[in-house]
Design a protein around this ligand. Sequence first.
Ligand code: COA
Length: 321
Amino acid sequence: MSRYSRVMGTGGYLPEEVRTNEQISRMVDTSDNWIYERTGIKSRRIAGPEETASSMAEIAARQALEASACDPEEIDLIIVATGTPDRIYPSTGCLLQQRLGIKRCVAFDVQAACSGSIFALSIADQYIKSGAANKILVVGSEICSRVVDWTDRGTCILFGDGAGAILLGASDERGILSTHIHSDGEYESLLYCPNPQAAVANKQEAGYIYMRGHEVFKIAVNTLGRIVEETLAANNMDKSEVDWLIPHQANIRIIEATAKKLKMSMDQVVVTLENQGNTSSASVLLAFNEAVRDGRIQREQVILLEAFGAGFTWGSALIKY
Ligand code: COA
């Protein structure tokens, strides 16, 4: 009998503080109009001083557990995708395990920048399909506001904080249909965030996100177009069979280009970035959770998740919900 990974439940968390484009335009030389037109973003959430990637992950994870009617002790594996961990070690996965009071599971982090949650889903799917795990908690949690240079108008307008979670369970019914992940370290210099300790030691750069936005934009559009083709071809599926597109929420113009490639109307695309910005590895899981909870996504529908991030890294997951 074949084993598949099914989505059992989802969760999400956004911090309370809202930072609008208006507020940012008082910090750097920009305007609400410029930001909205170029990115589709109007506001983003900012984590409070006491919050961490693991504290936000816990809230999203508990929601996913509740939605799945699953006890934390049933989890075999926790995978947290984050580029903004509480500590370099222990992993945010271990800190989440501690917060959830789970004694016996395995926990680790995945670092693939904005593609992190797709990479985590891909790893989780292999563990379930092979029989190595039955229930896996996948979380993306990010406090981007702490690694953003709030004097750099090219980056500080884009990012936000939040956490999303999915609980996957083994099933004999098809769930995750396929995942596809890729990396190309050649592009390090276009988008990176130095390790803060290394930055201090080298007396070189601050530990902030550095990005050549225009170049990243062009490569992201082309790459996401290719990953969509690759995913459909691997499943011998036509564009018309996809019910929902859940793209990484980086820029509305990148999202629109991918939707156009799929010949999908924007009504079939889950867009959260207007009030969340780019929450990096949390973004697709937050969008998935939102569309499940508001009833847009229904059981048996086919959903295409895709993301692109620093590395470069990119990937997709095709899911029958
Ligand atoms: N407000 C006003 N002007 C701004 C600005 C801001 N916040 N940020 C940049 N500008 C200016 C630039 O200085 C430049 O001015 P110049 O022509 O006088 O030199 C001009 O706007 C155009 O800059 P450019 O970087 O070419 O703009 P853009 O249309 O590419 O938009 C981004 C900039 C960052 C919005 C866009 O490149 C982007 O979204 N890139 C992808 C980012 C991304 O997805 N990153 C994450 C991947 S996971």
